[in-house]
Design a protein around this ligand. Sequence first.
Ligand code: HEC
Ligand code: HEC
Length: 212
Amino acid sequence: MGFSKGTLLTFAAALLATFGMQAAEAQAPAGDAAHGAKIAYTCLGCHGIPDQRNAYPNYHVPKIGGQHYGYLVAALGEYRAGARQHPTMRGQASSVSEQDARDVAAYFSTEKPVTSAGKPTGTAPAAAQTCVACHGPDGVGILPDYPTLAGQHYDYIEQALKAYRAGKRQNAIMNGMAAALKDEDIRALAEYFSQQSPSLWVPLPPHSTAAR
Ligand code: HEC
Ligand code: HEC
């Protein structure tokens, strides 16, 4: 697959940024998934219910099963710090300590994040050229700090991109990436990435008999 020069430059910048982040992460204590399972009980009240939705605006609660550990820790930190303005998740993220956030992230990532199958489903829209440098051609983030988008709910991806574009989520990389996207680009990107597999999943509460 041929990538444009711009894509390769973005890719190089992404690698540089990530080596810095990984050095910091290596020093931090790792998460304890067994302890995380206990904390996860509350989280599963929303994240463990297939088809659970945020009310206003209406969109699916994100799938976090199989998401990268590093990204989950970062996202929780952003809700806590207010860089992501979602009142409920801000409350949830603030109710756990930083160590508990690492533990619960270890539980949801099951220390075995979704890995790339190497073969994308369907044809990527033109707007995805830049995105795949970090999120991977089949939506599996190429490094632990880049979220996997494969199989994520369509309407959640759409909501997240609009939030970055509007500055309701503050992230240096993604605010820049979303700035120039039109609504139709966002729909095409959300459709493409939500169709990819292997997919993120809805982590079900223990003893649940419902299917994934
Ligand atoms: C009342 C329902 C509810 C509960 C309880 C809840 N969440 Fe959430 N969570 C949401 C919603 C809705 C979003 C999407 C928010 C947004 O649009 O930014 C979200 C987003 C997230 C994200 C970002 C995912 C991504 O892909 O960007 C993470 C990580 C997360 N929640 C983890 C947790 C953890 C850990 C707990 C338990 C400590 C928890 N949540 C409890 C509803 C909930
Ligand atoms: C240089 C690397 C890079 C590029 C290129 C990039 N992203 Fe991202 N993306 C990230 C990072 C890092 C995050 C996490 C940001 C945060 O913590 O809020 C992210 C977050 C996201 C999220 C939120 C996921 C979630 O679970 O909440 C979506 C959706 C997304 N990106 C889509 C895109 C699309 C579409 C493009 C192309 C237009 C793109 N990204 C380009 C690095 C990148």
